[in-house]
Design a protein around this ligand. Structure first.
Ligand SMILES: NC(=O)c1ccc[n+]([C@@H]2O[C@H](COP(=O)([O-])OP(=O)(O)OC[C@H]3O[C@@H](n4cnc5c(N)ncnc54)[C@H](O)[C@@H]3O)[C@@H](O)[C@H]2O)c1
Ligand SMILES: O=c1ccn([C@@H]2O[C@H](COP(=O)(O)OP(=O)(O)O[C@H]3O[C@H](CO)[C@@H](O)[C@H](O)[C@H]3O)[C@@H](O)[C@H]2O)c(=O)[nH]1
Length: 333
C-alpha cells in the first residue's frame, strides 16, 4: 500500500512523512508545490513530486505512476489567519477550490480515502470551553471558513461518490522532531512560538504580544498546543480507521490544556534560559479569546495517545531545531 501526502514539504507534513518513513509499513509519495514548503524537509526515502494539487493532469499522472495509493493525507493549504482577513480569495482559491480539484481526480482514479487538516479556526468564538466536535462551527476569519467549506464539500462527496474522510481539527501546532533535523520554517513567520524563539536567538529584538484586553485570566489569548509527531500519529490512526471501513468522521486534536501567550513566553524563557524581551501591542484581527480542545473523541475512537503532553517538552523540541538552524532550511527563494 502507498500513502500520498499532499503538502509533505511543509512544517506539519514533513513530520508526517518522516514518521511514515521511519515506521516503514508502506510506500510514501509526496506532492508539494513548494509555495511555502522546503524540498530539504522531505525525508529522502519518500518519492517527491513538485506540483500544484489543483493541476488535475499533474495529479492524474501522480496517481497513474503510483497505482498502489489507497489513501491521501492532505496538508496542502494556506493557513495564516491574519493574511486571510486581508486576502480571503487567496484562501478560497487554494484551500477550497483546491479540494474540489483533488476530489474530482480522486473520484476519477477510484481512491476513496482522505485524511485532511482542518482546524480549531472552524469553530469561531466558541460558546463553551473546551470545544467538542459537535459544537457550532461559525468561523470568524476566511481561513477557518475555507476549511469549514472543505469539510462540507467532503461530506457531500462522501454521500455522492463514497469518498470517506477524516477531518482532523488541529489546535495550535508547535514543536519539532526532537533531534533538531526538521522543524518550522515559514517566511514570513507569524506563529507565536517560532517568533518567541527567534527573539531568544537574537534574530528579532522583541516579541510583540497582540492584545492584553481579552476575556482570559491574564488578558492575552489562550491556545492549546499540540506537537506535529502526535498529529502524525493521529493521521496514521485515521488512515487505519478508514481502511477498516469505518464511516467519515471529525476529531479535535489538542492537549485539552490552554496556555496564554504570556505563559508561552514564560515557558520559553525557562526552557531556553534567555531573557526574551517582549512588549504589549494592539490586538490582531481575527483572533478568538480562547481555543481549547476536548480531544477525548480521538483518544476513544482512534486510540490516540499523544506523547508530548508537556509544554516545556514541546518548546524544548522547537528550540532543538531553531538553535541548530538559525536560518531554517537556508533555501530562501
Ligand atoms: N500550523 C498550525 O498551527 C495549524 C493548525 C491547524 C491546521 N493547520 C493546517 O495544517 C496544514 C499544514 O500546515 P503547516 O503549518 O504545515 O503549513 P505549511 O505552509 O508549512 O505547509 C503547507 C504545505 O503545502 C504546500 N502547498 C500549499 N498549497 C499547495 C497546493 N495548492 N499544491 C501543492 N502544495 C501546496 C506548501 O508548499 C507547504 O509545503 C494546513 O492545511 C493548515 O491549514 C495548521
Ligand atoms: O508575534 C506574535 C504572534 C502571535 N501572537 C499571538 O499568539 C497567539 C497564537 O497565534 P499564532 O501562533 O499565529 O496561531 P493562531 O493564529 O492561533 O493559528 C494557528 O492555530 C490555529 C488553530 O488554533 C490554526 O488554525 C492556524 O492554522 C494556526 O496558524 C495569538 O493570540 C496571536 O495573536 C502574538 O501575540 N505575537
Amino acid at each position: 500500500m502507498t500513502v500520498l501526502v499532499l503538502g509533505g514539504a511543509g512544517y506539519i507534513g514533513s513530520h508526517m512523512v518522516d514518521r511514515l518513513v521511519e515506521r516503514g509499513e508502506e510506500k510514501v509519495v509526496v506532492v508539494d508545490s513548494l509555495v511555502t514548503g522546503h524540498r530539504a524537509a522531505v525525508n529522502p526515502a519518500a518519492t517527491f513530486y513538485q506540483g500544484d494539487l489543483s493541476d488535475r493532469d499533474f495529479m492524474r499522472r501522480v496517481f497513474r505512476e503510483n497505482p498502489d495509493i489507497d489513501a491521501v493525507i492532505h496538508f496542502a493549504a494556506f493557513s495564516l489567519v491574519a493574511e486571510s482577513m486581508g486576502n480571503p480569495l487567496k484562501y478560497f482559491d487554494n484551500n477550497t477550490a483546491g479540494m474540489i480539484a483533488l476530489l474530482e481526480v480522486m473520484n476519477e482514479v477510484g481512491v476513496k480515502r482522505i485524511v485532511f487538516s482542518s482546524t480549531a479556526a472552524t469553530y469561531g468564538i466558541p460558546e463553551t470551553m473546551p470545544i467538542h466536535e459537535d459544537d457550532p462551527q461559525k468561523p470568524i476569519n476566511p481561513y477557518g471558513e475555507s476549511k469549514l467549506m472543505m469539510e462540507k464539500i467532503m461530506h457531500w462527496s462522501d454521500l455522492a461518490y463514497g469518498i470517506k474522510f477524516v477531518a482532523l481539527r488541529y489546535f495550535n501546532v508547535a514543536g519539532a522532531k526532537p533531534d533538531g533535523s526538521i522543524g518550522e520554517d515559514h517566511n514570513p513567520e507569524t506563529h507565536l512560538l517560532p517568533i518567541v524563539l527567534q527573539v531568544a536567538q537574537g534574530k528579532r529584538d522583541k516579541l510583540k504580544i497582540f492584545g492584553n484586553d481579552y476575556n482570559t485570566p491574564d488578558g492575552t489569548n489562550v491556545r492549546d498546543y499540540v506537537h506535529p509527531f502526535d498529529l502524525a500519529d493521529a493521521h496514521i490512526l485515521a488512515v487505519k480507521y478508514l481502511r477498516e471501513g469505518n464511516p467519515s468522521n471529525a476529531f479535535n486534536l489538542g492537549s485539552s490544556t490552554g496556555f496564554s501567550n504570556l505563559q508561552i513566553l514564560e515557558a520559553a524563557r525557562r526552557v531556553t534560559g534567555k531573557e526574551i524581551p517582549a512588549e504589549m501591542a494592539p490586538r490582531r484581527p481575527g483572533d478568538p479569546d480562547t481555543l481549547i480542545a476536548a480531544s477525548d473523541k480521538a483518544r476513544t475512537v482512534l486510540g490516540w495517545k499523544p506523547q508530548f503532553d508537556n509544554i516545556d517538552k514541546i518548546i524544548a523540541s522547537a528550540w532543538a531545531w531553531h538553535s541548530t538552524h538559525p536560518n531554517g532550511y537556508d533555501d530562501r527563494r
